[in-house]
Design a binder for this molecule. Structure first.
Ligand code: F6R
Length: 620
């Protein structure tokens, strides 16, 4: 949540800062700002209550030069999305300028202390408190009349962050030191890009692509003291540490629209490829199983697993629900699915043969990270099913599986969801084959998995029809999404996609739950989307569909064969290709993603940056 960039070197900072903020905008987009500094000058700041494009426009009128600069794109937590609350913030009469990600929990007590010392606040943010606190610590470090030194700035940073409770990723400039940038991390990711006579900082790797391939992931409690020609990393407890310079993965390649109107649409269309990438190298036909390199468990430990906990948030939690059905059905291991935000505060009695999987696209979701840490603290093996390489969760888990879906920029998750389901299907096969699942069953599952990319490609052929259906229902105020067994989570995910990008109220339910309450919502203005492919619960879902029709509700049905019964009843029918039921959520999600996309477009919504949302939720 929120994006940070910083530059120090010999060139003008602004072009990198602006392009970086554009690439980070998916992390937060309600206000933006940059600050620059050049030798013998004052710090200059431009901020807007709006998007990076508006910041760019403001800078056309008022260009800012300087080889040192920081920038920020915000997702508001403390204080509304106003210009004053936008970052960067100034501290101590502009001696210090900083941008902050995260949440400072003790900001109110620090603020009253600073107000008592005469500091004046212009924003409602917790971040401005940090700016003044660093300025105050700088004053103390410098003492009376001493010549300012870089070491004073480092001491001031260390003293200030020692007083913070909460999470932060900070980049800080000091007016007296136009060749110094300090970055500090605790719970909010920061990456330093190493260049030649120039260095970069960003809250994820995307701004660095095309600028440098050498990166340092800062760990919690580290600060980086960055000069144009050198970087020192200091750890709170261990002093100076040798920076671990890594190579930027090819997966972080620049994500451009490539002719698509929106990232969401591009990412929907990328699914045949992203699913293929998730499968690549993980199928072992000879042994009728899947294989994973990074679980870091012996075969004996894997066979001994008695329980699996799957946790995540939002769409990733929906993947966990599908994972529950998959692992129980194929591997017969008891599974529990938990919202990460609940798991982190629960104290479930868990025995030693339990493994905990955190499912996450970004690898930065605060609740998922905290839940995994809590489970790890209690001695459980924690694993990540994660897309972003090098993310906090990928680094902290004991092992895991990468999705290899490529950058997902659209705020609404699409291809990460279907890749998560692909990985979970392989995981269920793998666990199953370590237990009772036969060689023949394994082979059959592999055949289905290998068909997936092509089946998903075929499914995308429904787009035109979905667009026509969207036009019929775009004015509705409420939608119901209904499915059973594997497709109950599909229904939840369909409803989430619609509400987050079109702002239509939508509810997902197991179809049979309808009659226990939600059926009261059915009327001629409330469309119900039924996921009703062939399978063990087909007849049951059909009965539920009839119950809705009997009450005059319009029905959009998703079917996987020529189905005269459904065609007779439903107002609109979308055909998807046939696939075994355990893979239906992947295929059935495609028309649901397209339906939300088309409805959101018709309602004039900003599909890639829906209101109030951000792509990676790094606050609790
Ligand atoms: C919905 C969506 C969110 C995320 C959730 C978890 O489209 O994107 O619900 O799924 O915020 O994010 P990750 O998977 O990054 O942990």
């Amino acid at each position: 949540m929120c994006g940070i960039v910083g530059y120090i070197g010999s060139k003008d900072a602004c072009p990198f800062l602006l392009s970086g903020l554009q690439r980070l905008e998916y992390r937060g987009y309600d206000s933006a700002g940059i600050a620059t500094l050049r030798q013998s000058d004052n710090i200059r700041v431009t901020k807007v209550a709006g998007r990076v494009a508006e910041l760019d426009a403001a800078l056309q009128h008022k260009p800012m030069a300087g080889p040192l600069g920081i920038g920020h794109t915000r997702w508001a937590t403390h204080g509304a999305a106003t210009q004053d609350n936008a970052h960067p913030h100034l501290g101590g009469s502009a001696a210090v300028t900083l941008a902050h990600n995260g949440v400072i929990e003790n900001y109110e007590s620090l603020k009253s202390e600073l107000v008592g010392k005469g500091y004046q606040f212009v924003s409602q943010t917790d971040s401005e408190v940090v700016a003044h606190l660093v300025a105050e610590c700088l004053k103390e470090a410098q003492g009376d009349g001493a010549e300012p030194e870089v070491q004073h700035c480092v001491d001031a940073m260390q003293a200030a962050i020692a007083r913070l409770r909460g999470t932060y990723g900070l980049v800080v400039m000091f007016r007296e030191f136009p060749d110094l940038l300090i970055a500090a991390r605790c719970g909010s990711p920061l990456v330093v890009g190493v260049g030649k006579q120039e260095q970069f900082v960003a809250s994820d790797t995307s701004p660095l692509v095309g600028f440098t391939e050498r990166i340092i992931y800062l760990a919690d409690h580290q600060i980086a003291v960055i000069r144009p020609d050198n970087i020192q990393v200091l750890h709170r407890d261990h002093g100076r540490v040798r920076p671990d310079i890594q190579t930027l993965s090819s997966q972080s390649q620049d994500a451009s629209l490539e002719g698509y109107e929106h990232y969401m649409l591009k990412e929907i269309y990328e699914q045949p490829q992203s699913i293929q990438n998730a499968l690549r190298g993980r199928i072992d036909r000879d042994n009728a199983t899947a294989k994973f390199g990074g679980l870091n468990l012996t075969t004996q430990q894997l066979r001994g697993i008695q329980r699996v906990i799957l946790t995540g948030c939002g769409t990733s939690w929906h993947s966990a629900l599908v994972g529950d059905y998959l692992i129980e059905e194929l591997a017969r291991i008891p599974v529990e699915v938990e919202y990460a935000s609940e798991l982190r505060y629960r104290n479930p009695p868990v025995d030693h043969d339990t493994v905990v999987f955190g499912i996450t696209q970004s690898g930065e979701t605060a609740d998922t990270l905290a839940a995994l840490r809590e489970m790890k603290r209690k001695g459980h093996h924690t694993l990540a099913i994660c897309n972003v390489i090098g993310s906090s969760i990928a680094q902290e888990a004991d092992g895991g599986i990468y999705l290899h879906a490529g950058p997902e920029i659209g705020v609404a998750s699409t291809k990460a969801f279907t890749s998560q389901l692909t990985v979970l299907s392989m995981l269920a096969l793998y666990f199953g084959r370590l237990r009772h699942l036969s060689f023949e069953a394994g082979q059959r599952i592999i055949t289905q998995l290998e068909l997936l990319p092509q089946v998903v490609e075929q499914t995308l052929g429904c787009h035109k029809q979905v667009r026509e259906i969207a036009a019929k229902y775009a004015d509705a105020s409420n939608f119901l999404y209904l499915g059973r067994k594997f497709n109950f989570p599909t229904a939840l995910e369909g409803a989430l996609k619609l509400k987050e990008i079109s702002y239509i109220h939508a509810e997902g339910y197991p179809a049979a739950e309808m009659k226990h309450g939600p059926i009261a919502l059915v009327d001629e203005n409330t469309p119900s989307v039924f996921i009703v492919p062939q399978g063990t619960v087909y007849e049951k879902v059909l009965s539920n569909l009839q119950e809705v029709k009997a009450r005059g509700g319009p029905v959009i049905a998703i079917v996987d064969h020529e189905d005269p019964q459904v065609t007779k009843l439903a107002d609109d029918v979308i055909h998807i290709p046939e696939i075994e039921d355990f893979l239906q959520p992947i295929v059935a999600s495609i028309p649901l993603q397209l339906l939300s996309y088309e409805i959101a477009l018709l309602r004039g919504c900003d599909v890639d940056k829906p209101r109030n949302l951000a792509k990676s939720v790094t606050v609790e």
